[in-house]
Design a protein. Sequence first.
Length: 259
Amino acid sequence: MEILLLIILAVIIIKLFASIYVSNTKGYVSNAKGAIGEGIVYAILQRLQSQDYIVINDIIIKNKSRSSQIDHVVICHSGIIVLETKYYKGWIFGSEESENWMQVLYQDKFNFYNPIMQNRGHINVLKYNLSKYPNIPYFSIIVLAGSCEFKTFDKVETPVVYPGDLYETIMNLSGRRVLTQNEITNIYNIISGISCNDRETKKEHVLNARIKKTEAYNVKQTGRCPRCGGLLVERKGRYGRFLGCKNYPGCKFTTGLSS
């Protein structure tokens, strides 16, 4: 138990110091909370480290002009488990397909992007880079750290769990063996090879995330494309409905559809 606590403390300290280089004072508070949550999950995942489970923590993968930061990836015989960790207090409300979830803290309410959708994006990035393994099962898990309480379990199918339930949830996902030991190693090598965790990449990722957040806000306020100024119209694609620029194909801007 003492060793586990030391691991958690060490990971949190490392992440806190690392966040100084990628955020301003306001962003640092958010990154600090995220570091605590990821540190807790990191320590739990250490119980999985074996020949049958390979855990990769805190990776950034570049995908075309954007990048994705993935908190934790677990590669095992049953497939690939992708975890997104959120550190919140108060009550949390959200559904599987709503664009935003809500945090209620005393008399205040705050919206944040649906972590289930966020993790779908992470899984799509992995699928793109692991295209030579088209039949891998992917499992998404959302971990709610902190002292929050999720109030809408009945509205989600994706596992949304507290840290204390994480290990058992992963064990329950273990089904038939679809990956050999050699394939697990190869997948690990591919992911490690495309991971960009240097300081400059982290700075770039934080900047892109802020730009994307500002872009999304402006889109909702104006209903116009932030790139060319054209009207945004609702369209239907392979993965559901979305907003796209009316000037397509000249402008290929798209964004999620608000619920």
